[in-house]
Ligand binder design. Structure first.
Ligand code: A3P
Length: 330
């Protein structure tokens, strides 16, 4: 941030509060450009856009909330740092820390600003390759130093129906004390069909990253949660290639890719004390266990009728038309 970081933050708070508000899922959102943001993350997101200095060696993990961010963070951390932390090491960082502590959200770093330890210092101290996460849409990153840095971006998307159901469960566990009363699922569904979702509309978020992955496949990788579930091992090998650290013949023979998959599996991660009892959050805290629920494909079935599912599918396909991305076809 250009001035003293504290002064600059106050400026972003003022700017953010001048943006229109709109109804969100249990909390207010703000509209900026074509996207809507949870109101409490608007100012930190603007600060991040202007102040974050990306490096070519950075790896940015981009997702919509509830698309498997926690899993992706763990997988990329395990793959990238396997030289110093063997995935079968019983003291592996992922066995003592939450993936959210090892791979911070940039929004959170700028939200959690502290005069004596500003985000810039914290980021400076991270050894390369820095692995960082964002929920921001690609168009916002384009206004930041990320555009010129040519750092690698891994985007993970998920069937919007499952992301919505996952989010609906999540907000009950993670909503701030000041949030409005529980939202009935049919109401959340209607809002979602109107594009209301944190950092949404979800279809525009996906389409932007998709377009970029087609234009720059060596720098932007587009993954789907469903494919990751179906072929975790193959996806992990692809990730390693993309990140410039492919598994060697010896590593493959020694079962290293399988060890990464096992280390990051739902059952393993759920058992880690930091993921079970640890807490997440800045303005308010909630249990890290909220990030681990079922991890299934097609769990929308639990709350949606076939008619509701058809409506979301049709809306998403319609909105994605012309983008080259189809969640049904791909
Ligand atoms: P469900 O609520 O459908 O179970 P995010 O990390 O982006 O917040 O996404 C959370 C979703 O990813 C949750 O989905 C959660 O259960 C699932 N998830 C978390 N860790 C996972 C893992 N290791 N493997 C597969 N899915 C995982």
């Amino acid at each position: 941030m250009p001035m003293g970081e504290e002064d600059a933050f106050a400026t972003y708070e003022a700017l953010a509060s001048s943006f229109p508000t709109c109804r969100g899922l249990r909390r207010p959102y703000r509209k900026y450009g074509n996207f809507i943001y949870p109101a409490h993350l608007m100012a930190p997101t603007l600060a991040m856009r202007d102040a974050f200095v990306a490096r070519p060696t950075d790896v940015l993990l981009a997702t919509m909330p509830k698309s498997g961010t926690t899993w992706l963070k763990a997988l990329v951390f395990a793959v990238t740092h396997r030289g110093c932390h063997a995935p079968d090491d019983e003291r592996h960082p992922l066995l003592c820390s939450s993936p959210h502590d090892l791979v911070p959200f940039l929004h959170t770093l700028y939200q959690n600003h502290h005069p004596e330890y500003p985000p810039s210092s914290c980021l400076e101290e991270m050894p390369p390759p820095r692995i960082l996460a964002v929920h921001a849409p690609f168009s916002l990153l384009q206004e930041s130093s990320v555009a010129e840095s040519r750092c690698r971006i891994v985007y993970l998307c998920r069937d919007p129906k499952d992301a919505l159901v996952s989010f609906w469960h999540f907000i009950d566990k993670a909503a701030p004390p000041s949030s409005t009363a529980s939202l009935a699922f049919p109401e959340a569904f209607e809002l979602f069909c109107d594009g209301v979702f944190p950092f949404g509309p979800i279809w525009d978020h996906m389409a932007e990253y998709w377009k970029e992955s087609v234009a720059r496949p060596d720098e932007v990788m587009f993954l789907r949660y469903e494919h990751l579930k179906e072929d975790t091992l193959g996806s992990v090998k692809q990730l390693a290639e993309f990140l410039g650290c492919p598994f060697t013949v010896e590593e493959v023979a020694g079962g290293v890719p399988e060890a990464v998959v096992a280390l990051c599996s739902m059952d393993q991660m759920r058992d880690v004390r930091a993921n079970r009892d640890g807490e997440h959050g800045v303005s308010w805290k909630f249990k890290n266990s909220a990030f681990f629920r079922k991890g299934e494909v097609g769990d929308w079935n639990e709350l949606m009728t076939p008619e509701m599912a058809r409506r979301i599918d049709a809306t998403v396909e319609e909105k994605l038309r012309g983008s080259g991305l189809s969640l049904i076809r791909n």
